[in-house]
Ligand binder design. Structure first.
Ligand SMILES: C[S@@+](CC[C@H](N)C(=O)[O-])C[C@H]1O[C@@H](n2cnc3c(N)ncnc32)[C@H](O)[C@@H]1O
Length: 289
């Protein structure tokens, strides 16, 4: 029996695209395609379809209530069989050049060979981090920058909230000697393990569900793409993990939350070197004094 799928089409304005796509990824869609006027997301059909639909509709109504939205976010569901699946969302996921160092690609496409670009292959699945989100891109660009500052040094790195493992893979490709990657979601850990292995870097990465506070080591490079709330909650633990004159990259921060984060890490002895904004998302690169 071919697997059948649900296709959800949501019409939404630019301001809501990130929130809606994040939610659908969190609800387990392996294929979320963001278009100019909305989003298409694909879900494997299962016995929980009814509760998925209810959760999506509740979320869309909650978004509509925010900031006095006037426009309705409309949602349409369609069922279709496996054979159509390959011709639908897959064709929208293309290899992307990120920064000066990377191609991020799904496994079914071979990106053109370009000198000096490392290929990171990510199977779009149940974890965040296929390179299409502003925060992942911001982290990849700043990882490249920080690794440039550390060139010639033998450095270890920590990836907090590894999701698909994309940043840990990038760190391995940028020459980190060892990488610690943690996530508190067992599904993300499973997906990350597969992606690390597919990219041939599983030996360089210690992947685990360890709590940040339980890690006793310090690192010359730490990256955390979480949310501002989580980052502030973990600020002392994150700061402690960065070795003197080491680098800290933080993302998942909304534009209006940047000041609170920079102030907090200022008090922890960090200097802000760079910030990058893409739409409402900001990525910060700090150096520890
Ligand atoms: C936005 S995703 C980032 C994924 C990937 N690093 C990227 O940049 O695309 C955040 C990830 O952090 C994980 N996470 C959230 N809070 C965490 C915590 N306190 N400790 C470890 N992982 C956490 C989530 O499960 C999720 O996989």
């Amino acid at each position: 029996m071919p697997q059948s799928w649900l296709r959800l089409s949501v019409r939404a304005g630019a301001a809501d695209l990130d929130a809606v796509s994040n939610f659908l990824i969190e609800r387990g869609s392996p294929g979320v395609v963001v278009k100019r006027s909305g989003i298409e997301a694909y879900f494997r059909r299962s016995r929980t379809d009814a509760s998925l639909k209810r959760a999506v509709h509740r979320f869309l109504r909650a978004i509509e209530r925010l900031d006095g939205h006037r426009r309705k976010l409309s949602a349409r569901w369609k069922v279709f069989a496996e054979e159509n699946w390959h011709h639908s969302w897959r064709r929208f996921i293309k290899p992307q050049k990120i920064g000066k160092s990377f191609w991020v690609t799904p496994p079914w496409v071979t990106p053109p060979k370009l000198r000096r670009r490392e290929v990171i292959t990510i199977e779009p699945g149940m974890a965040f981090g296929i390179g299409s989100h502003a925060t992942t891109r911001g982290c990849l660009e700043f990882l490249e920058k920080a690794a440039g500052f550390l060139r010639g040094k033998d450095f270890a790195a920590l990836d907090v909230g590894t999701g698909s493992g994309i940043l840990a893979i990038a760190l391995a490709k940028l020459g980190a000697r060892t990488i610690w990657a943690i996530d508190n979601d067992p599904v993300a850990l499973k997906v990350a393990r597969e992606n690390l292995s597919f990219n041939g870097v599983e030996k360089n990465v210690h992947l685990s569900g360890a709590e940040l506070r339980r890690i006793r080591k310090s690192f010359l490079l730490v990256v955390a793409n979480l949310t501002a709330e989580t980052i502030l909650g973990l600020a002392d633990a994150l700061a402690q993990k960065v070795a003197p004159r080491g680098f800290l990259i933080l993302s998942g921060i909304l534009h209006e939350q940047v000041r609170a984060v920079t102030r907090r890490f200022g008090t922890e002895g960090f200097v802000l070197l760079r910030r990058k904004r893409e739409r409402e998302w900001v990525t910060l690169l700090f150096k520890r004094k």
